[in-house]
Design a protein around this ligand. Structure first.
Ligand SMILES: Cc1cc2nc3c(=O)[nH]c(=O)nc-3n(C[C@H](O)[C@H](O)[C@H](O)COP(=O)(O)OP(=O)(O)OC[C@H]3O[C@@H](n4cnc5c(N)ncnc54)[C@H](O)[C@@H]3O)c2cc1C
Length: 395
């Protein structure tokens, strides 16, 4: 039992693992060969929602505590990282229930059924890591905002009912978030093919004079939420901190680190089993010293990565001033480590490690994908550098 987990967390992990092995694992590897369809995403979201996980949990309180979020991200990613991405990146639907009336009406039934798919649209073709200066604009026109621009590399974009879009509010000249539904607006998307996370749909989104009610500005929606007083989201500790937006990013980054822990766990289990079974030179390869060294490195990466991730989750949960630093340290370090671990596990498998008949190449492709979204490793290094020195290396 991990020092970080109490009985309740252990129970969540064990029951989720049992469910995933019975209900989701049999779908693999076929389910990961191409992006899941919208119907498939809804089915998975509702299935996990019934277990109290993710945006499909309509009775739930929105954001799970950071350690539960880490554990669920880890366990789902041990089986299928793409599913975790689709589920977690659907979280903006939690805010949609407090958007303008028109949006609420458009999404109401889907939200009630846990069938609404969301996405978070930050990255731009000309902006990339520089998310502080969006080219996408939101112009106030009466009681609406008119949004123009383009986003890219957005998880769930091709199947989303709504997007939380980062744009510059031309009135305030500040970066802000806007809820845009794709039901009342005609929004074009284009699917992007990629190396890993194959089962997770990713795409570009184009906003051409898209109109949304003024209540769709996130801050207005959050105020509606507080005024309604019926949402546990508003009471969530994360939103009680001095900088709720940064707290949310730290939460998400910790979840990304946890995904890499899940991939490492899967790679570790596979490599260990194979090392014991595969016989070359008259005995199991696990008896050769250089293979044992690989198992040592894999296990060390897994254990260290898990401890760092859980520690980051603990700090996020407590609103610790070091939460931002720890979550970036975890996202940067653990995601890079998972690439090394998956690579070592492939080596233990020899030629079979490269075969699509075995899961190792998928673990590698999924691990390799982890170092870019949600802030590249380099950006995490700069965040940590800034937190440590007080000096920002970027604007
Ligand atoms: C599979 C996948 C899913 C994604 N999902 C989403 C999503 O749901 N929503 C969303 O908004 N975005 C998403 N993204 C986008 C992701 O967040 C960006 O790809 C990422 O932030 C990097 O931006 P970029 O690709 O434009 O790279 P760039 O910013 O062009 O960077 C290119 C390289 O330069 C380095 N670099 C850039 N600036 C600096 C600097 N100041 N110092 C040192 N190095 C630097 C980067 O680290 C990187 O190595 C996703 C991306 C992928 C691949």
């Amino acid at each position: 039992m991990s020092a970080h987990l109490d009985d309740e967390h252990e129970m969540i992990r064990d029951s989720l693992r049992e469910f995933l092995e019975a209900e989701i694992e049999p779908d693999l590897p076929e389910a990961d060969r191409k992006p899941m369809t919208k119907d498939e995403a809804i089915e998975y979201q509702q299935m996990l929602g019934d277990l109290g996980i993710g945006p499909g949990d309509v009775e739930g309180d929105g954001f799970a505590d950071p350690l539960t979020y880490a554990i669920t991200s880890e366990e789902i990613s041990r089986i299928w990282p793409s599913l975790n991405v689709t589920l977690n990146m659907s979280f903006p639907t939690l805010f949609a229930a407090y958007a303008g009336e028109e949006t609420q009406e458009a999404l109401g039934d889907k939200l009630d059924e846990g069938a609404c798919i969301g996405c978070m649209a930050v990255t731009e073709p000309d902006g990339g890591s520089d998310t502080a200066h969006p080219g996408t604009t939101a112009e106030k026109d009466g009681d609406e905002y008119v949004i123009n621009g383009e986003k890219t590399w957005v998880s769930n974009a091709p199947i989303a009912d709504m997007a939380l879009v980062v744009a510059e509010d031309l009135e305030t000249e500040q970066r802000d978030f806007f809820i845009v539904d794709t039901v009342t607006n005609d929004i074009e998307t284009r699917e992007l093919e990629k190396l890993g996370w194959k089962g997770s749909p990713t795409g570009q989104i184009f906003f051409d004079d898209v109109r949304v009610p003024e209540d769709n500005k996130l801050m207005n929606a959050v105020m509606n939420m507080v005024a309604a007083g019926d949402s546990d989201i508003a009471e969530n500790e994360m939103f009680q901190t001095a900088d709720p937006l940064n707290a949310m990013f730290s939460y998400m980054r910790t979840g990304m680190a946890a995904m890499s822990v899940g991939i490492m766990q899967a790679a570790y289990e596979a490599a260990l089993e194979y090392a014991k079974d595969r016989e070359v030179f008259g005995g199991p390869i696990g008896g050769h010293q250089l293979v044992q060294e690989k198992l040592y490195d894999i296990r060390a990466g897994l254990e260290t990565g898990r401890l760092l991730t859980y520690e980051a989750a603990r700090k996020v949960a407590e609103g610790d001033p070091e939460a931002r630093m720890y979550s970036s340290l975890a996202k940067g370090w653990v995601c890079e480590k998972s690439v090394e671990v998956a690579d070592d596990a492939i080596q233990v498998y020899g030629g079979n490690g490269l075969s699509t008949e075995y899961p190792l190449e998928r673990y590698y492709r999924d691990a390799r994908t982890m170092t870019i979204p949600d802030g590249t490793t380099e950006i995490q290094q700069l965040v940590v550098g800034k937190e440590l020195t007080g000096v920002s290396a970027y604007k």
